[in-house]
Design a protein around this ligand. Sequence first.
Ligand code: C2E
Ligand code: CA
Ligand code: CA
Ligand code: CA
Length: 287
Amino acid sequence: AKQQGKAGFVRYVDGLGEPVLAHMQLGGELRRALDNNEFRVVYQPIMRLDGSRLFGVEALVRWHHPSRGVVGPAEFIPAAERTGLIVPLGRFVLRETCRQAASWLAEFGPDALHEAGLNVSARQLHDPDFVADVAAALAESGLPCERLVLEVTESAVLRGQQVSRALYDLDRMGIRLALDDFGTGESSLSLLRAFPAAIVKLDKSFVDGIEIDDGHPAAAGARQAVARAVIQLAHALGLDTVAEGIESPEQVATLRELGYTLGQGFHLAHPMPAAEVSRLLAHQQSA
Ligand code: C2E
Ligand code: CA
Ligand code: CA
Ligand code: CA
């Protein structure tokens, strides 16, 4: 939850209402943390819903703070965006993810990992060097461009001319773009026409309670209707879909009935360090 404090200071508080980090001190701390290599990338598997083999991963950043322990992105990405530090931080995540994905492909072969995705903020898309940074990360790592997915949200895409230039340049380079948190914005549908998306990620809010037997059949019906509309639209436009935030086997069953083939969520796999993904890939290869 986000609370507006005195003098425009923004405090992020967790579910227990415990103050975590005040905005002003955060800018300087993030700079120091970046110089100190305190950021780590974890990877959440994107699984095939039939038989639970790994299809891809999404990179998610973590801050290993020397005294606070592991801090999640919700607590520092907004400040990183406001201060502009998201640009160097995002560049770190990009290079690390490309390097790691290329290393998995080299170790486990081209069928082990179809794609590696990462989140990109509006601020990064506005950075005139962004497209060149992506090209450099691919070249350095040797990761084929079609294996990289850049996840952007609707609100990021809707911000301006330079953003759409960058998105079209990336699309032309063969990089796949995913519309993240799909369905939560105000103009998801018209956006799909104007944006070179390859993938839509059905937001968790439509997956929550989608299973019909949760005691609220009407609410489940409405979510199913949205999920069904999204997959029909995606198929009509030739887009792939990923359902996000899957927390139960009942949700998997319902999503499969609706035609979803790929999903992500705590029921399938939590975000994990690269070494754990390696173990999963090794296990799958021997199975
Ligand atoms: P997102 O892109 O929508 O990523 C999915 C978030 O949902 C992740 O939270 C993930 O851990 C969580 N999640 C996955 N499955 C489940 C589930 O079954 N149940 C629940 N309750 N949650 C689930 P995380 O890692 O805390 O990231 C939060 C957000 O921070 C991300 O949302 C993304 O918008 C942003 N973020 C993370 N890493 C980066 C990054 O490197 N760059 C940028 N710009 N943003 C990032
Ligand atoms: Ca995402
Ligand atoms: Ca998402
Ligand atoms: Ca989200």
